[in-house]
Ligand binder design. Structure first.
Ligand code: GAR
Length: 220
């Protein structure tokens, strides 16, 4: 908007700060990535609000973490539903009621169907503990270690209907040392994730992520 300052000169009105984006985190277990993200949001590093944690395991520790950050939780038991589509339809209703802008999958150990992908493609991301397209699926850390790879890492990518196949947004490399065990390597990859995931979510909050086919660019 252009307004006059009374002296005959045009002055540009200050830009309105954009509204915080509303985030839902999907998780199945410990939730340390949720924790890293929640701390970044709490500390004002990301222009977002955490609205919801969606979890498929009633005993998952992520639920305690969500409570401690006063984030609402939605817990479901997949075996109580006839199909993935059936529980996802309920999740979508919940997400839409909460006005969710971005879904962050952080240790959510389930494939998703078109029921979720169609309404949220381009607004749904996942963190994976390997450098995709290598070592997809579960046990990404173990796979890299057993394969004898020298470099692995963490990837944040868009979620499509496949297993870790969506367009890659950002990656961080981690060197594998000869003395690494599953525990030591997992710990270093997780440290990389705690940095990478909040950074990427911050890009979304600032409207910087552009998706064009398989290519993702981050605008300044
Ligand atoms: C994370 O390391 C994430 O990359 C991995 O699960 C872990 C969850 O840890 N995800 C996958 O393997 C998905 N294929 P957290 O619950 O402590 O955040």
């Amino acid at each position: 908007m252009i307004s006059s300052n009374g002296a005959g000169e045009a002055a540009t009105a200050p830009t309105e700060p954009s509204a915080p984006i509303k985030i839902a985190v999907f998780a199945s277990g410990n939730g340390s990535n949720f924790q890293a993200l929640a701390e970044s949001v709490r500390d004002g590093k990301i222009n977002a609000t955490l609205e919801l944690v969606v979890c498929d395991k009633p005993s998952a520790y992520v639920l305690e973490r969500a409570r401690s950050f006063q984030v609402e939780t939605y817990v479901f038991s997949p075996k109580e539903y006839p199909s993935r589509e059936a529980y996802e339809a309920e999740i979508v209703a919940k997400l839409q009621a909460a006005g969710i802008d971005l879904i962050v999958m952080a240790g959510y150990m389930r494939l998703v169907t078109n029921v979720l992908v169609e309404p949220y493609y381009g607004r749904m991301i996942n963190v994976h503990p390997a450098l995709l397209p290598a070592f997809t699926g579960i046990k990404g850390v173990e796979q890299a270690l057993e394969y004898g790879a020298k470099i692995t890492g963490a990837t944040v990518h868009f979620v499509d209907g496949g297993m870790d196949t969506g367009p890659i947004i950002a990656q961080k490399a981690v060197e594998i040392q000869d003395r690494d065990t599953l525990e030591t390597l997992s710990a270093r990859i997780q440290q990389a994730e705690y940095d990478l995931l909040p950074t990427v979510v911050g890009w979304f909050a600032d409207g910087r992520v552009a998706l064009n086919g398989r290519k993702v660019t981050i605008n300044n």
